[in-house]
Design a protein around this ligand. Sequence first.
Ligand code: PEP
Ligand code: MN
Length: 357
Amino acid sequence: MGAEGEGGSVVIIVMQRGSSDDDIRRIEERLNQKGYKAQVSRGVERTVIGVVGRIIPELKDEMEVLSGVSEVLRVSKPYKLASREFKPESTIVKVGNVAIGSDQVVVMAGPCAVETEEQVISTAHAVKAAGASILRGGAFKPRTSPYSFRGHGVQGLRMLAKARAETGLPVITEVMSTEDVETVAEYADILQVGARNIQNYNLLDRVGRVQRPVLLKRGFSTTYEEWLLCAEYILAGGNNNVILCERGIRTFETGTRNTMDLCAIPVVKKLSHLPVIADPSHGTGKWYLVKPMSLAAIAAGAHGLEIEVHPNPDTAWSDGPQSLNFENFNSLMNDIRAVALALGRRMPEPAKTTASA
Ligand code: PEP
Ligand code: MN
């Protein structure tokens, strides 16, 4: 179901401090009877109920008088569940003991594409040893040319699962099509929706219905508002665990692969409660720009990073020019840690790998 209503016709019901569960349940029932979908958000300060459906003008008056209701507000933004108006507290997406959106700087690292078992497992050990908390790797690859390597599909997912079993690192991987969502969700801890698919609304609906966090990459030409409306699709489906990722946009500049929009990080954090991370690998397209832009992204307030790492970037099957080798990744992590600590953020110390998870 999409979040209906144009402009100001979207409402949130703000409950009184200390309103009872019964009050909230009664309101939910009433809304359901009227054909609305209620999204309850229990914050530390207050509980708010977002109303999804075509809003009739009388609804505001009707809800305002119910027991436990403090006020009924019209949300001015077209996105609603994604907005800070709806949920003032920042969302923290938990994946195992990793908390994305907290003061912890979370680094997701690994190859652009899963090539071989050895490649992905050796990379997983290396990024874990350097302090990364999540392993990335593409099994379903969106490629500009149909003749390029398009990923190993399910076989690639199995290699990722093996790398997770060996290192204990949770796994993020891209899902490109609605029919693959369930299979990818069986193997992955986080589903990635790529820049090219951000406005594939059927895919957004579908990942909104699975119980897996979703990393939503900004598209080449997606405005902040469009980006948050895409997140809204996933939230409206009932999946509250959405992470946003700035990965560069297309501008007149051709000196870098994309133009990394660092401004997006503080802007989107102001507009939305969702965690925001940065991907300087796709944002720049050049390995030697990945470190400076990573440092800048963390200084700008990004909750984490997604970085491409390869045992031998010169031979990578995709995105070699923007991939870091293990040594460069290690050096990046040391500098990130210094910036993170200087800003009062937390970052895991480099960990030793274990033989089994
Ligand atoms: C990727 O992460 O490998 C990828 C294809 O990213 P994007 O969708 O940002 O281009
Ligand atoms: Mn890539």
